[in-house]
Design a protein around this ligand. Structure first.
Ligand code: MRU
Length: 371
């Protein structure tokens, strides 16, 4: 991803080679602030407070959180404590559990401290695994971009090629949500770079306004876009101003149901009513093969403060919190919802595109299909 013309990733090792540098997303789109994460506690805090967010990136930082914990104590007991602390930060994105399981296996393969393995070897194995998780994410997102861009090109041909392709997206499933490229936005960037004219409708995505992250990213890459209120999507779809919808997912169930940022389901319903294709882009790491359907997905309930207050840049460029909900009113803040597979036109993965069904997923991932 380009930022001010320079290519960078969302998570990198610091100059010292052991801490990690992240982009503090709570400061975007107002300022690009890089933060150093140098302990397990700092990694858990960055995920919980959403300095780092987006399913794949949460998994990547959690992996480095394990590395940082093992630098202090490389025993299996410490490994389990670190995994438990990181797993408790955010419940919905399955990549977190996926990354922690991979880390646990890589470290345990070295052997217990004093029992065949040694501390430095376990720490080295952890760093190698965290780096591999990041590289896997980059390659996966690039492949999703290829498959998704082919759909964009086909849709553009189908609508007559005489105007830009009009895409609608919800939340941020872009570069900032992954290590690089994004999932839902990877096809946008690739199609744009190949010269396909397109325009993106960006849902603001209340209450945390992740749409502003999407708008910032698209702006950095030079992709034409327009931010709309969440409630505008149905109208745009109904009036024929959207050619396709594409979103990411935090957990994809074995039957093809997807759990994504709150409000995704309403977009899928409106897209179905308007006859507009609704695609979900996902890496293998968001598939939860153990979960039969979306009804079982744990939905994160976040602080009511996110709803009561709007955060923005006030006079003098200072970040300001403004209260918008009457103090006496109760608030509820479910952060995700489930879009049933029947509303999804196709799942775009790194291995290709499939139907949002158990057999569709099994066709792409025969080695993981449920028995
Ligand atoms: O609460 P967030 O901002 O972490 O939610 C992120 C999303 O819902 C994304 O769409 C999802 O993680 C897919 S990102 C590739």
């Amino acid at each position: 991803m380009r930022v001010e013309g320079v290519h960078r990733r969302t998570i990198t090792l610091s100059d010292d080679g052991w801490a990690v540098d992240i982009i503090d997303q709570t400061q975007l789109p107002w300022q690009l602030r890089v933060r150093r994460v140098d302990s397990l506690a700092a990694a858990a805090h960055a995920i919980r407070d959403m300095q780092v967010r987006g399913a794949p990136l949460i998994g990547a930082l959690a992996a480095y959180g394990v590395c940082l914990a093992l630098r202090v104590d490389a025993s299996s007991a410490a490994l389990e404590r670190a995994c438990a602390e990181l797993a408790a930060t955010r419940p919905t994105a399955i990549n977190l559990g996926w990354a922690l399981a991979r880390m646990r296996a890589a470290v345990q393969a070295v052997g217990e401290v004093g029992g065949g393995g040694d501390g430095p070897a376990r720490v080295a194995a952890a760093y190698a695994c965290a780096a591999a998780i990041c590289e896997d994410d980059v390659a996966t997102c690039q492949a999703i971009g290829q498959h998704g861009a082919a759909i964009f090109e086909a849709t553009w041909r189908a609508v007559g090629r005489n105007r830009p392709l009009r895409v609608l997206t919800h939340c941020n499933a872009g570069w900032l949500a992954t290590v690089d490229h994004g999932t839902a936005l990877a096809p946008v960037y690739l199609a744009h770079d190949r010269g396909l004219p397109l325009h993106v409708w960006v849902d603001e995505t209340r209450p945390r306004n992740q749409g502003m992250l999407t708008a910032w990213e698209l702006g950095q890459h030079g992709v034409p876009h327009t931010v709309v209120a969440d409630n505008a999507g149905g109208h745009l779809l109904q009036r024929g101003q959207v050619d396709l919808v594409i979103v990411g997912t935090d957990r994809t169930c074995a039957n093809g149901d997807v759990c994504n940022k709150i409000g995704t389901y309403l977009k899928a319903l409106a897209a179905r009513d308007a006859g507009v294709p609704f695609y979900v882009a996902l890496p293998h790491s968001t598939i939860d093969w153990t979960m039969a359907s979306g009804a079982e997905v744990p939905i994160e309930e976040r602080s009511g403060r996110e709803l009561r207050e709007v955060v923005g840049r006030g006079d003098g460029g200072v970040m300001t919190h403004v209260t918008v909900v009457p103090e006496a009113s109760a608030v509820a803040n479910p952060a995700f919802d489930v879009t049933p597979a029947r509303l999804i036109t196709g799942l775009i993965t790194e291995r290709g595109v499939c139907e949002a069904t158990e057999s569709g997923l099994a066709g792409l991932y025969p080695e993981r299909a449920r028995t």
